[in-house]
Design a protein around this ligand. Structure first.
Ligand SMILES: CC(C)(COP(=O)(O)OP(=O)(O)OC[C@H]1O[C@@H](n2cnc3c(N)ncnc32)[C@H](O)[C@@H]1OP(=O)(O)O)[C@@H](O)C(=O)NCCC(=O)NCCS
Length: 179
């Protein structure tokens, strides 16, 4: 499934096999995965598996995460976007989750927030979703700030894996009212 959305500074497009090496750099970086419950990627096969896992979701769910490229350079930055989450979280399942993960050289420039706003526009205006959720490790202050800046309400905290996370929600009604 082909996809491309442009924002002021970003290109968001579908995962491709050529992204495997970028995904390996991303998910083998201890700073990047500090608040994520995962083993660091070890080799290119892990990146290739990731591409397959995401691209398999596109036809099945009509959505999946997108690769983020820096518009001015064309460089791989990481990924962002919506996912139909089938894992139970905070007592909910099969909800639309927004997420993002970037290489550290791209942090602190407002890129994650810019990408979340593009995902919200797509989710609410193209897919007509009723609500979008997100979860962030309680200590992941940058991620919590991204979600709050994007209009999400930070609701309860809950146990997940071996840590506590906050649960976020934004309804279509709230999104349209804030526009
Ligand atoms: C979380 C992440 C995507 C943020 O990306 P980013 O492009 O730097 O985010 P933005 O610039 O849009 O916004 C970050 C906000 O958090 C703030 N922030 C950053 N680090 C912070 C910290 N340690 N404490 C408090 N606030 C912090 C920034 O000041 C900014 O807020 P502001 O605009 O009010 O100043 C990036 O750090 C990342 O990829 N982390 C690793 C993967 C990850 O944790 N993903 C989220 C999983 S839930």
């Amino acid at each position: 499934m082909k996809f491309q959305v442009e924002t002021e500074r970003l290109i968001l497009r579908e995962f491709r096999e050529e992204d495997a090496s970028g995904l390996l750099r991303l998910n083998s970086n201890p700073e990047v995965i500090k608040y994520l419950h995962m083993e660091p990627y070890k080799n290119i096969e892990d990146g290739i598996k990731d591409v397959k896992w995401v691209t398999d979701q596109y036809p099945k769910n009509k959505i999946g995460r997108w690769i983020m490229l820096e518009k001015s350079t064309g460089e791989f930055m990481g990924w962002t976007g919506l996912k139909l989450e089938d894992m139970e979280m905070n007592g909910q399942q099969n909800f639309y989750d927004v997420g993002y993960r970037m290489l550290p050289e791209f942090w602190g420039k407002g890129y994650a927030t810019e990408s979340v706003l593009a995902s919200l526009k797509y989710g609410f205006e193209e897919m007509n979703l009723e609500k979008i959720n997100a979860a962030a490790h309680c200590e992941n202050l940058a991620s919590r700030r991204v979600l709050k800046k994007s209009g999400f309400k930070e609701l309860n905290s809950f146990d997940i894996f071996d840590f506590q996370a906050y649960w976020f929600e934004l309804t279509r009604e709230e999104y349209l009212a804030e526009k």
